[in-house]
Design a protein around this ligand. Structure first.
Ligand code: 13P
Length: 249
């Protein structure tokens, strides 16, 4: 049985005052079936970790460098994020692929660093609108899966997030059939590459305009084990509705 995962990606949003939202989430009565992850900006991570320490909420990073230490001014390593309290690290988000020219090979190298550090990588992938309209979605996802995931992935150190670029921050969401098609495809590819045991144990998240009012429908789709949520994770009240919807599936 895969545990469900409700993950919030705060992106470049959040000052010290935003931790009040995390405090609310940490104090909520959540069932033990659903893992909850908040990835605040790195500046808030250690305060967030301290605040959520006695709760069901885990905290994580939004990116890391592929090296563990070294002369890389301005970068942060997986080990540093772990030291600050991170349990998981998002990698390969489409915003990083676009803003920082990250390609699958970089993401794979970063994932190796995350695995070495004993943390879990949440590796993101997704097609652009042009790729969707040209009917290339599965080819794109297949390439990103093959290119960005290291060979030593397991159900513990890897989570895959399917985030169609055109659905991020737009209010547009694929149909449930489209989400199901991609998630079933990812599951089949993982089973083929890693064997049924590992392939079935990796959690698959959907991300892109998940909101309180569409979460339950999305969570009803097969092979959707949770969500990676941007905007709706910034307010505890919204994110709690999404957590509750996941818990109820
Ligand atoms: P939104 O939920 O704001 O569309 O963002 C999704 C996302 O990019 C999460 O990583």
């Amino acid at each position: 049985m895969r545990r469900k995962l409700a993950a919030g990606n705060w992106k470049m949003n959040g000052l010290g005052s935003s931790l009040a939202e995390l405090e609310t989430l940490s104090k909520a009565e959540n069932t033990r079936q659903t893992d909850i992850l908040i990835c605040p900006p790195a500046t808030l991570l250690s305060r967030a970790a301290a605040m959520s320490a006695d709760s069901q909420v885990m905290v994580g990073g939004q990116d890391c460098h592929a090296a563990i230490t070294g002369a890389h001014t301005g970068d942060i390593s997986a080990e540093m994020l772990r030291d600050a309290g991170a349990e998981m690290i998002i990698l390969g988000h489409s915003e990083r692929r676009a803003d920082h020219n990250e390609f699958d090979e970089h993401i794979r190298a970063k994932a190796r660093a995350v695995f070495e550090t004993g943390l879990t990588a949440v590796i993101c992938m997704g097609e652009s609108l042009a790729e969707r309209e040209a009917d290339n979605t599965l080819d794109i996802i297949g390439g990103q899966l093959a290119g960005s995931i290291p060979d030593n992935a397991t159900g513990e150190n890897l989570v895959v997030a399917y985030e169609p670029i055109w659905a991020i921050g737009t209010g547009k969401v694929p149909t449930l059939a489209q989400i199901g098609e991609v998630h079933d495809f990812i599951r089949a590819r993982l089973e083929r590459r890693f064997g049924a045991g590992v392939g079935r144990s990796v959690r698959l998240l959907y991300g892109g305009s998940v909101k309180p009012d569409n979460a339950a429908d999305i969570f009803s789709v097969s092979n959707v084990d949770g969500a990676l949520v941007g905007g709706a994770s910034l307010k505890a009240a919204d994110f709690q509705v999404i957590i509750d919807a996941l818990d109820a599936t």
